[in-house]
Design a protein around this ligand. Structure first.
Ligand code: FAD
Length: 513
């Protein structure tokens, strides 16, 4: 194919599969493709190296909050994790190692940002425009990440702030925070790692907190040389460790999804974690959440509260409302003069940025198709977007466990999708049936009704603008694995190119599965 077709498509490189993104999702997909015997694929990555989340988030204190032995690929165990919760640099190095171990480098197209992709209904493939040329692909695996594009709130006066401003995921290492007055905006997972890491160095730290998080102690320790040696010598012990970590979380999730009323005792543990460090009753009141634990992601830290108790750290119980010159002003009127503002304000999650760039069979963008909220079939495919699949799509997020478990389930689905296409044979595409998408989402939303994310009395980044939870999976990882083991062809329309005469008019023929 290659030569003739490349010429025909005027410099467009055609591949069977185009993977977008090189984080855990994209690299995992690449490994899986190779294991399925597919070598005709590229990984398109806008940055200059692999790693996704773990390349971009280099802020002080950055680490995973799911133990490393679980927050890693099951097919690439790593006996040498240095800590129970390893730091960003180790996770990034692990992903570089995975890239080499599975021979993925030749497939990488770095510094290649996908700008637009459109479904070619005649040829049954995706035309992809990137910053480094054009590609076409029979199948697209979009692994652009749920937490990849930073979100900075539109704050009046921010543009004229004379100091440094950056987001936690784009840390400015050229700026020395030592001795500076720093405002941190937000109290989510990143901010609570940043605050204790920078507090000892800055002269004043002002933390803007719209809603206090529930924070549980973090049992982080060095993994001893003996443990590592054991995992190296007897890999089964590493698997066992992973299994125990997984099983605990599998049991915990039942409380979030089915019995939120039973979470009161977990709140007691979190309150005790706070009380150990925060002696001032007024500050304790400010830091105590008024919603059920688990409604927002439970954060883990044993150093956050002690940092907030330091005399040069102020907590403003309001969001940042305005910037006037070098003065930051809270929604409650509190003012502070600062040299730098760090936004720990999260990411575009429910408004997945890649959706603006994907144009399906009807010419509509995925963002338009999702204007009423994200909806997919089994977290992967979307009606009207044939042979397009997302990793960590709608309702695949987890409140308490490792996203790698969900990613690997989605890779099972991808592998079976490819097998189904092979079995069908010839030029063929699958398009999720709208009825199947609706049925799946109805089931997901029904199950969501009694979960802590919907009933816990909070507003979280799990919810979209309409208040619908389109991000979290309301079940166990085992249930999701079961739901994504096989592609059910009854849920898809099978598309074939139309007969030659009709092809000229762009007609498509749907054949029954
Ligand atoms: C600070 C932080 C800590 C976290 N800790 C945990 C944890 O402890 N446990 C857990 O389970 N999860 C955690 N997460 C969630 C984490 O994002 C996922 O676990 C996982 O890393 C996501 O992998 P991904 O490949 O889907 O996305 P990403 O790692 O975000 O990778 C997406 C890739 O796509 C690329 N990309 C995006 N758009 C384009 C485009 N248009 N063209 C080309 N390339 C593009 C990006 O550059 C990026 O490399 C954390 C997230 C953050 C931000």
């Amino acid at each position: 194919m290659a030569q003739q077709e490349r010429e025909e498509r005027r410099g467009t490189e055609h591949v069977r599969v185009a993977v977008i993104g090189s984080g855990f999702g994209g690299l995992g997909a690449a490994v899986r493709l190779r294991r399925e015997g597919v070598t005709d694929f590229v990984v398109l990555e806008r940055a200059g190296s692999v790693g996704g989340t773990w390349r971009d988030n280099t802020y002080p204190g950055c680490a995973c909050d799911v133990p490393s032995h679980l927050y890693s690929f099951s097919f690439a165990p790593h006996p040498d994790w240095p800590r129970t919760f390893s730091g960003q640099e180790h996770i990034r190095a692990y992903l570089e190692h995975v890239t080499d171990l599975f021979g993925l480098r030749p497939h990488l197209r770095l510094d290649t940002e996908v700008l637009r992709m459109a479904w070619d209904a005649e040829r049954l493939r995706w035309d992809i425009e990137t910053t480094a040329g054009r590609y076409s692909a029979d199948l697209v695996v979009s692994a652009t990440g749920p937490l990849s594009d930073p979100k900075v709130p539109d704050i009046p006066g921010l543009d004229s702030f004379p100091g440094e401003v950056f987001h936690s995921a784009r840390w400015n290492h050229g700026f020395d925070l030592r001795g500076k007055r720093v405002a941190v905006v937000g109290t989510g997972a990143s901010a609570i790692q940043i605050v204790p890491a920078i507090a000892p160095d800055v002269s004043r730290l002002t933390l803007f907190q719209r809603t206090p998080p529930w924070v549980m102690p973090r049992v982080d320790r060095r993994i001893t040389g003996a443990e590592r040696a054991l995992h190296r010598a007897l890999p089964v012990t590493g698997r066992l460790r992973r299994g125990v970590l997984w099983g605990i979380r599998e049991l915990q999730v039942q409380a979030f999804t089915k019995h939120p009323d039973e979470l009161g005792f977990v709140e007691q543990l979190a309150r005790r974690n706070m009380a150990r460090a925060i002696k001032d009753p007024a500050l304790r009141a400010t830091l105590t959440p008024d919603y059920r634990i688990g409604c927002k992601r439970i954060l883990l830290s044993s150093t956050y509260y002690p940092a907030l108790a330091r005399p040069h750290v102020d907590v403003v119980a309001a969001g940042l409302a305005e910037v006037r010159g070098s003065t930051v002003v809270g929604a409650d009127g509190t003012e502070a003069e600062v040299d730098a503002i760090v936004f720990g304000t999260g990411f575009h999650v429910t408004d997945m940025p890649i959706a603006e760039r994907v144009f399906g069979a009807g010419g509509q963008s995925l963002a338009q198709a999702w204007s009423g909220g994200m909806e997919s079939l089994r977290g992967a495919t979307a009606a009207g977007f044939p042979n397009w699949m997302t990793v960590i799509g709608p309702n695949t997020g987890l409140g308490n466990s490792s996203m790698i478990l969900m990613i690997e389930s989605q890779l099972n689905y991808l592998a079976d999708y490819l097998r189904q296409l092979d079995v069908l044979g010839g030029r063929v595409a699958l398009d999720a049936r709208p009825g199947a998408v609706r049925a799946w989402n109805r089931r997901v939303q029904q199950r969501m009704e009694r979960t802590v994310w919907n009933t816990g009395g909070c507003t979280s980044w799990y919810l979209d603008a309409a208040g619908r939870n389109t991000t979290v999976w309301p079940g166990t990882t085992t249930e999701f694995r079961r739901a994504t083991r096989r592609v059910d062809l009854a849920e898809y329309a099978v598309l074939r190119p139309a007969a030659p005469a009709a092809t000229a008019s762009g007609d498509l023929r749907e054949v029954s599965a």
